[in-house]
Design a binder for this molecule. Structure first.
Ligand code: PEP
Length: 256
């Protein structure tokens, strides 16, 4: 089986100004150092991206937008495009985050267009999927996640699907302090890997990195990362403090 390099991502949402971003990144990099056996991604607010780029100077660190529009430019007030993210030094972009889906009304079709556009602009997309609590309680988790993944990846080339990163984020676990158990997360991750095998092929599925997100904290990171199909994490709240994010980045390594 292909080795999947762990990918630990911070989603700062609408937190941190430029000065806070720079001081966080300096502190984190001096505490963690260059990353060779794992990758770290930081997604600050758009207004702090350029400052973040200037403060990131070690190998193994990626800079991401939290969203991007599918068009290159146009009359889309409040939106940011892929080329604009590239211009400020991003190499990644988070797409389909549950807050985008459920607060701002993004649909699977919009996310599919964004995913295609991200690849067009050479941004590595982190595609977020996950069920609401009523979906889980109704036994519909696999149906919901399956539709979200299937719709989003429509039209990807083989080369693009090889690079795609998927983040499974049960909506009921985001920002609630209620983490999925490692077993609950593993079950859905294994399902997503199987889905990738049927949508792409087994070789691609084996190399696809599937991240878990939803109240990841220093005290649950090791158990989550020990699961065979959890290849990394997407972290909100606990990524805002250097000490907690450092501990998450430095999860206890396990051979899989
Ligand atoms: C997120 O915003 O993607 C997230 C997982 O947040 P939290 O870690 O705070 O649950």
């Amino acid at each position: 089986m292909e080795k999947r390099i762990p990918f630990i991502a911070a989603n700062w949402k609408m937190y941190k100004n430029q000065a806070e971003t720079v001081s966080f990144l300096k502190e984190l990099q001096s505490a963690v150092g260059p990353c060779t056996d794992r990758e770290v991604m930081i997604a600050p607010p758009s207004t702090a991206l350029a400052a973040a780029r200037g403060a990131m100077n070690l190998p193994g660190y990626h800079l991401a937008g939290q969203n991007c529009h599918w068009e290159e430019k146009g009359a889309f007030t409040g939106e940011v495009s892929g080329p604009m993210l590239k211009e400020v030094g991003c190499d990644c972009v988070i797409l389909g985050h549950s807050e985008r889906r459920h607060i701002f009304g993004e649909t699977d079709d919009m996310i599919q267009k964004k995913l295609t556009a991200a690849f067009r602009w050479d941004l590595l997309p982190i595609l977020c999927v996950g069920e609401l609590l009523p979906d889980r309680e109704a036994g519909k988790t696999f149906d919901v996640v399956s539709l979200q993944v299937k719709t989003a990846v429509q039209g990807l080339t083989r080369e693009q699907s090889q690079k795609l990163i998927i983040a499974y984020e049960p909506v009921w676990a985001i920002g609630t302090g209620k983490t999925a158990t490692p077993e609950q997360a593993q079950e859905v991750h294994a399902f997503i890997r199987g889905l990738c095998a049927s949508l792409f092929d087994k070789a691609i599925a084996n190399q696809t990195r599937i991240l878990y997100g939803g109240s990841v904290k220093p005290d649950n990171v090791d158990a989550l990362m020990a699961q065979p199909d959890i290849d990394g994490l997407l972290v909100g709240g606990a990524s805002l403090e250097v000490s907690s994010f450092q501990r998450i980045v430095q999860f206890q390594s396990v051979e899989k």
